[in-house]
Design a binder for this molecule. Structure first.
Ligand code: AHG
Ligand code: MN
Ligand code: MN
Length: 335
């Protein structure tokens, strides 16, 4: 047993490195990990739930069959609404800030999350995931949380991570002391430390972008992608799953670059972005930077952005430092 480190043990041991820690963040992350196990079970049964629920919209155990992103949303809300750690939550699936019910105490943290990222992939058995980040509240303690509590920079994250429901279920998180990965052992129902102190390679050989958008990119992005595909460069391999969680997880472990640049469609001169700052870009950017990588928008460091709206979107360039810097040299017109 001595060599086995559960996520709970890891949380407690990392907390003991911080004398000022009250243990609340540890308790909060522990509650969250229970929600992840419940979602993991549902994702693994995705096809079956439909079969079992065919007549009358309920499955064999009586649960209502619903879209998995709605289900994941409800599981996280119900796991986190009563613990007394949160003052509010914000989710990709809800238009407004999510209040903690009146009957429960209001805590000092705020949780932002994408309950199921890549959910359009679920019907074809491709990896999906959950992304989360936690900030310390900025409004008065003991009162209900407000938008200002969620609208904070990536730099001010106190913990963030993601769970990937893939060939196995993995939890990857950081509380500012590096990035650590745990694999769910379904036989014992625990996340066990499998990837300690993940460091992203200095440079990779893979690029990950929806290349079908090429006609709508800016010229500099087009030139960069042409460059990494050139014979002189190697060329780089393309890998694009279409689940940010899975594309960034691979980028973290193998190195390379993940891009979702602005698209300029039908005379749109401002350009539009796809990925959401609070639920996707900032938490994944935080993890990548904690692992020694860079997260940028092309214009500014991703973690520097002060959000003004809950569902704000931004362009995303993240990955190995040498690769992101090379992109930026093209984007800034230096090459
Ligand atoms: P979600 O399933 O939470 O709506 O997110 C989908 C996102 C992200 O996971 C992925 O990187 C991106 O959409 C893919 O977009 P394209 O299909 O435009 O490439
Ligand atoms: Mn998403
Ligand atoms: Mn989603």
């Amino acid at each position: 047993m001595a060599g086995i480190v559960t996520v709970q043990r890891h949380l407690v041991e990392s907390q003991s490195l911080h004398a000022e820690a009250s243990g609340e963040l540890t308790a909060l992350l522990w509650d969250l990990s229970l929600a992840f196990k419940v979602i993991s079970r549902a994702v693994n049964q995705a096809g079956l739930l439909d079969v079992l629920g065919k007549d009358g919209d309920t499955n064999a155990s009586g649960d209502t069959v619903m879209k998995l992103d709605r289900y994941a949303q409800d599981v996280i809300f119900e796991a986190m609404d009563h613990g007394g750690h949160l003052c509010c939550m914000a989710s990709e699936e809800e238009d407004e800030l999510i209040a903690i019910p009146d009957k429960y105490p209001k805590g000092k943290y705020v949780l932002s999350f994408d309950p199921l990222d890549g959910s359009s992939n679920i019907d074809v058995n491709v990896s999906v995931g959950t992304i989360f980040s936690i900030h310390r509240r900025v409004t008065e303690h003991g009162t209900p949380g407000q938008d200002a509590d969620a609208l904070q920079r990536g730099h001010d994250i106190v913990a963030a991570g993601y769970v990937i429901y893939g060939s196995s279920t993995m939890l990857v998180y950081s509380t500012g002391d590096g990035v650590h990965g745990f694999t769910l052992d379904p036989s014992v129902g625990e996340f066990l430390l499998s990837h300690e102190d993940i460091r992203i390679p200095e440079r990779g050989k893979i690029y990950s972008v929806n290349e079908g958008n090429t006609p709508w990119w800016d010229d500099r992005t087009r030139r960069y992608v042409e460059h990494i595909k050139s014979i002189e460069q190697g060329p780089y391999k393309t890998r694009y799953i279409g689940s940010m969680i899975a594309d960034v997880h691979r980028t973290l472990l193998y190195g390379g670059i993940f891009l979702y640049p602005k698209t300029y469609k039908n005379g749109d001169t401002e350009g539009s972005c796809k990925l959401r700052l609070l639920y996707e870009a900032a938490p994944m950017g935080y993890i990548v930077e904690q692992a020694g990588g860079i997260a940028h928008t092309g214009e500014e460091k991703l973690l520097d952005i002060v959000p003004t709206e809950l569902h704000q979107r931004c362009s995303v360039v993240l990955g190995s430092p040498a690769d992101v810097n090379e992109y930026l040299s093209f984007y800034r017109g230096e090459r």
